[in-house]
Design a protein around this ligand. Sequence first.
Ligand code: OAD
Length: 235
Amino acid sequence: MRVLVITGAGVSAESGIPTFRGKDGYWRNFDPAKLATPEAFARDPELVWEWYRERRQRIRNAQPNAAHAAIAKLAQHADEFLLVTQNVDDLHARAGLAKQNMVQIHGDIFVTKCSRCDFRRRDYEQEQRDVVPKCPECDALMRPGVVWFGEQLTWDELQRIESYLDRGPCDLVIVAGTTATFGYIIDWALRANRHGGGLIEVNPEETPLSQFATRLVREPAAVALALLVNQLIEL
Ligand code: OAD
């Protein structure tokens, strides 16, 4: 089995991490889609950092759920496996999925990087001292090491996805817990499923991807993925 799984915020929802869109997505009346932008950071870096610090703390206190565990289990049973996640949390990794089987296309929330030079660190302790940390190399403001709206995806991460897709079609594609807002999500899912192996969407709501799915599972990811993966492994 050659498998591609694509996940979004809905997969971490049952771990208590709010999704971006929908009623739980708002933070202090701010729309996350407007806070996760270079413009918001330029206008009010303190506010953006406050939001990211709170999210980091929430993620540290959270535990992977049955959906993360099911995906890690599926990876162990597949001959070839890649997870492409839009989530910046570390719950897939903490559920046991190996780094080489995963691409975090929107980055890692625990990385802090300079807004000007190449300086970047994971779990950078120094930043705790200042509301808005400054770069030790060039003194510019530091920012969370994630991809914001309107920014390019990282070339290296994109290449990993491209080379996985180029190596051949998948026998199974699962897309779970994402509004599939970005065209590249749909594009990757369709390219992976180009020989019609099967494209399963796990999401309580309809999305732009639903029309292309060969199977729709309209249930929360933790319940649905645990069942689905057990069925697939038995097969
Ligand atoms: P969204 O918040 O846009 O969508 C969450 C999706 O999860 C929705 O389709 C929900 O129906 C679904 N959902 C909610 N609870 C669920 C559950 N328990 N099980 C399964 N599905 C559930 O999040 P994303 O699609 O991940 O990007 O958003 C994509 C990107 O937009 C994010 O990575 C972020 C955001 O802005 C950037 O910051 C660049």
